[in-house]
Design a protein around this ligand. Structure first.
Ligand code: NAD
Length: 278
């Protein structure tokens, strides 16, 4: 199973992460093993899951069945909110389900400032990282104030912040803050979760026509051209192939600017500081 030719991004700790992978949020456990197997067969080597997706075991089964050497794969999972004060135990459970002795990237899933446990969670990730069982550690859905707290308290800067980000929701202030600190942006919901009319907007549709690409490819290219890491979700093998074919064309400055102009500060997921689900 040949790997796709996908560029790596170097995180500030020296780890290399494939810039594009497959996300498996809302991939039903009954389908997840087949979906990940299809992605690996298509040449994907980066899978983004989370404990709360309840499909770590199926992701692990597909990895094991693929026979792909572990060092060729990049696996991310995340610490769920109700586990913030038992990070090391929850991490061990994730590893067990994945059938791995190490993940490449482990993230605190949400900051949940209303509970005040994110710093405790981050400290447990530092221990997990020191043990070598998570090659890199980072966070997700952290706002500037959440990042400032963990960085000032521990002196350790997360390698990534995985946030909702797409043309309708560009988070410029947060992105600038992260870039200044060397924190790489992972854009979740990179296609706005398929919940908008984004694909029909002229800035996207015109660029797609000009480059003989699909709207999804144009949006993913817009992310990639800004150095972001993406893992669009699809359960369809043909879309996995489509979504990965974004490294053979370039959007012009004018095309990039037209997509930049679509920002409406409109998110489709939860507001990070209001998300209190446990
Ligand atoms: P996404 O933007 O990747 O959208 C997925 C949807 O887009 C699909 O269900 C499908 O309807 C559509 N789609 C995908 N490829 C397409 C194509 N080629 N043409 C047309 N439509 C297409 O949304 P997402 O799944 O929410 O985000 C991607 C990944 O980000 C997730 O699977 C997960 O790994 C991660 N994520 C993380 C968080 C977090 O809190 N950290 C939250 C949500 C998602």
């Amino acid at each position: 199973m040949a790997a796709l030719d996908i560029p790596n991004i170097t995180l500030h700790d020296g780890t290399e992460i494939p810039q594009l992978g497959l996300g498996v949020f809302k991939v039903d456990p009954g389908e997840a093993e087949r979906v990940v197997a299809d992605a690996l067969a298509a040449g994907y080597r980066h899978i983004d899951t989370a404990a709360i997706y309840r499909n770590e075991a199926e992701v692990g089964a597909a990895i094991a069945a693929s026979g792909i050497p572990r060092e060729e794969l990049f696996v991310t999972t995340k610490l769920w909110n109700s586990d913030q004060t038992r990070g090391e135990e929850a991490f061990a459970e994730s590893l067990d389900k994945l059938g791995l002795d190490r993940v490449d990237l482990y993230l605190v899933h949400w900051p949940q400032p209303m509970f005040g446990e994110a710093l405790t969670a981050w400290k447990s990730l530092l221990k997990i990282h020191e043990s070598g069982r998570a090659t890199s550690i980072g966070v997700s859905n952290f706002e500037i104030s959440d990042l400032e707290e963990i960085i000032s308290e521990t002196g350790v800067v997360p390698t990534v912040n995985q946030i909702e980000l797409h043309p309708l929701h560009q988070r410029r202030e947060l992105v600038e803050y992260c870039e200044a600190k060397g924190i790489r942006i992972e854009a979740w919901g990179p296609l706005a979760q398929g919940k908008s009319d984004l694909f029909e907007r002229p800035a996207i549709a015109d660029a797609a026509a000009a480059h003989a690409k699909t709207p999804a490819q144009v949006i993913l290219r817009w992310h990639a051209q800004q150095g972001r890491i993406v893992f669009p979700k699809t359960v369809r093998a043909e879309r996995m192939v489509e979504n990965a074919q974004i490294f053979d064309f370039e959007l012009s400055d004018a095309e990039m600017a037209a997509i930049d102009a679509l920002d409406e500060q409109k998110n489709f997921g939860s507001n990070p500081h209001e998300m209190d689900a446990r």
